[in-house]
Ligand binder design. Sequence first.
Ligand SMILES: [Zn+2]
Length: 357
Amino acid sequence: MRTPELLSDPVYHDEEAARLYLQEVRWSDGVYCPFCGALDDIKPLGGESMGAGWFYCPACQDKFTVRVGSVMERSHIPLTKWLLGFRLMASSKKGVSAHQLHRTLGITYKSAWFLAHRIRECMAVTDPAPLGGEGKTVEADETYFGRAGDPQDTIFITGKGWVRRGGEEKMKVMTLVERGGGARSIHADRLTSAEATRFLVRNADRASELNTDESHIYERVGRGFSAHDAVNHGKEEYARYEKAKDGKKKVITTNTVEGFFSIFKRGMRGVYQHCGEKHLHRYLAEFDFRYSNRKALGVEDPERTERAIKGAAGKRLTYRRTNSQASEGAASHTARLAARRARRAATRAGFDPRFSH
Ligand SMILES: [Zn+2]
């Protein structure tokens, strides 16, 4: 399946074409039930009153469309606009603001805001493989950005009026970049050795070589890597050449991860001017996604769009059919209804529009 590149393509303005396209992306190996995962016996449902795109799972005795169990569930935004949203957010290097989506897609600002955050959710890596590996270099660095706290969290001070709580403290970001590969970032509470250790152990393959600046927070975790070299920014050293074990020349630098920070900050300042601390991790996921699926790695706009859409389905699908539920055939109608409600709740968990999770 090739995601259409041109915005004049029917998938971006014809609802039927958009639905068929989404079905093909999500169900490339056949339609499966979003409640129980069953592949067999799924039947398309016809009928004038139903509308198109419905399927029925006999095991669950429930019907579903391509939206069910995805970030698009419970949304009244047409699929064509979802697709455009995915396409725009996947292909704009610095991101697209909710205001821009509101104007371009012709939906309310509030809808645009939800749409954008849900697309970010799709871009987040759920089961990350460690970056780096043998013969590869991983750069780690941290940066400060914006202001900590919620922009709306203000207090009244006599003589000053309403001022933002939390003072001038900034938000802290820690990022890992595999040279010639992807990026992974977190919103760090504190920049400590313990936090750096936790982050690196989870996200980097320790067979890699680690490059950092002279910051002491990487010292302890760095000992676990095949090598740990640091550039001394305090002495204005940004790249240093050394001889590697195999006799080849190797460069020690954090310029790659700093390049990532510069794209991130330009995007955040230029496009997303106000970012509350509680949403920072979503924006980081968005910038990580585009960086890890960038053109230089052979991923063009349509392919990147499709990868984001693939993240839409099943992301939060935690429900698994158990044996007791499988043999519910003999159970009463009431019990079946209760089970169905529970399934729906489980499928929808995590799609709370208030993002309270
Ligand atoms: Zn089912």
